[in-house]
Design a protein around this ligand. Structure first.
Ligand code: IMP
Ligand code: MG
Length: 434
């Protein structure tokens, strides 16, 4: 089982954490390649629930975890997670490694993310307000602070000083916010630096060595395809490249070393934040799906917007990621609906229908869903131990998705718990050749 990318095929929150947790049991190394604490992975093991934002979810299974160069790291969040994991019996020392090239989310990034969203008013993006965009912006401007800068107190203090001189002007003059205090921030980050030091490593080298040794590596994406900075629904996207190809760039390995790309999609769709969403449900089923699916943000607690499965968007995700197998999660949520509309095409402004995701934002904005309605099964999936136990209508729903996308659904989620997953083609087929 060599290198496998696990990528969100929708707008994030597809249940990647759970799939990574499952596959991580058969992997050696689990890496994040982009994003930061905007991600929120929920993993349920027995009575224990873990909500992890910064560290790869493989940490719960005790695997070696890597935060790659393409990530942004908030030391406050990182260290709080380390403390919580340690307190719950999960060792992190020697097991969690952070790239020295990853960028640090500083307090001004968080302050500016919040102030900028407030200022945008109803034009806001609906970010997680965790400083992600401003941190990536500074990285692109080449004025960011990297994890390796934390290792040298002199460089760190100087960088904070230079940054604050400018950021405080922005905060005060542009956003009307109170300035941040140099002494407080420098002191706090010097302490963080001491604690983070042992976790900093040459993560590209670690991945290379693992692959050379024949170990298996999981590359875990944050957010989802439609939140990709280049290929998503810009500007309602996150500030990094979420798609599978960036897994190689984000950890620092050749793209030819990726063997498999597994997409993760919910059996329906959710989106948090603003932006167009063609298959969004209108009417009482919206609230109903949110309730049965517990569709509230892990990071922000916001209501997620709910919609029927959108195969136009999913077909696009298969294309831009090279998805060669799909995990379909939360099928059990659909047990509560008698009829299941599935969006197979969009109707465009000129009345034409298309199976292809619109390349132009205005076409996407105006796109109306064309549904095929499949029968529901209206029974619990709790007792389904194998695919054969699934109600006929549930099996037909999955087969419909496979046929439309021309991709095998190799995992089906039937409940929140770690064990509530079916593998239609066998788990051995997944892990052996993964
Ligand atoms: P940011 O990543 O905080 O800048 O937020 C940009 C957009 O991405 C917003 O619409 C967020 O709701 C969305 N977003 C960011 N992270 C996640 C995630 O992990 N799941 C779902 N949506 C996310
Ligand atoms: Mg999430």
């Amino acid at each position: 089982m060599p290198a496998t990318v696990i990528v969100g095929a929708q707008w994030g929150d597809e249940g990647k954490g759970k799939i990574v947790d499952l596959l991580a049991q058969h992997a050696d190394l689990v890496c994040r390649y982009q994003g930061g604490p905007n991600a929120g992975h929920t993993i349920v093991v027995g009575d224990e629930t873990y909500k992890i934002r910064q560290i790869p979810s493989g940490v719960v299974t005790g695997k070696t975890c890597i935060i790659g160069a393409g990530c942004v790291v908030d030391p406050t969040v990182f260290l709080a997670e380390v403390d919580e994991l340690e307190a719950r019996g999960h060792a992190t020392a020697g097991r969690v490694h952070v790239s020295g090239n990853a960028h640090v989310i500083m307090p001004w990034h968080v302050a500016i993310d919040q102030a900028s969203e407030r200022r945008l008013g109803n034009l806001q993006i609906g970010t997680t307000r965790r400083g992600i965009g401003p941190a990536y912006a500074d990285k692109a401007l080449r004025i960011g602070i990297r994890v390796q800068d934390l290792l040298d107190p002199k460089i760190l203090r100087q960088k904070i000083e230079v940054a604050l001189a400018e950021k405080n002007l922005w905060l005060e003059k542009v956003y009307g916010e109170p300035p941040l205090e140099l002494g407080e921030i420098a002191g706090r980050f010097e302490e963080y630096a001491q604690r983070i030091r042992p976790y900093v490593a040459d993560t590209s080298l670690l991945v290379d060595r693992a692959l050379r040794d024949g170990q298996s590596v999981l590359l875990e994406g944050g957010q989802g395809t439609l939140l990709d900075l280049d290929h998503g629904t810009y500007p309602f996207v996150t500030s990094s490249s979420t798609i599978a190809a960036n897994a190689a760039a984000g950890v620092g390995m050749g793209p030819n070393r990726i063997d498999r790309v597994m997409g993760v999609a919910k059996a329906y769709v959710t989106r948090v934040g603003e932006g167009p969403f063609p298959s969004e449900i209108v009417g009482p089923d919206q609230e109903r799906m949110r309730e049965v699916g517990h569709e509230y943000g892990t990071v922000t607690g916001r209501n997620r917007r709910c919609g029927w499965l959108d195969l136009v968007a999913l077909r696009y995700a298969v294309r831009v990621n090279g998805i060669d197998r799909l995990a379909l999660t939360k099928l059990d949520v659909l047990s509560h609906f008698a009829e299941l509309p599935v969006c197979t095409r969009y109707r465009l402004r000129d009345g034409a229908e298309t199976e292809d995701f619109p390349a132009h934002q205005s076409d996407f904005h105006a796109a109306r869903p064309v549904y095929e309605t499949l029968p529901g099964w209206e029974e619990s999936l709790d007792a389904c131990a194998t695919v054969d136990d699934l109600p006929d209508a549930a099996r037909r729903y999955v087969a419909f998705v496979e046929r439309e996308l021309e991709v095998e659904v190799t995992l089906i989620g039937t409940g929140a718990d770690r064990d509530s997953v079916l593998a239609p083609y066998g788990l051995a087929a997944l892990t052996g050749s993964l």
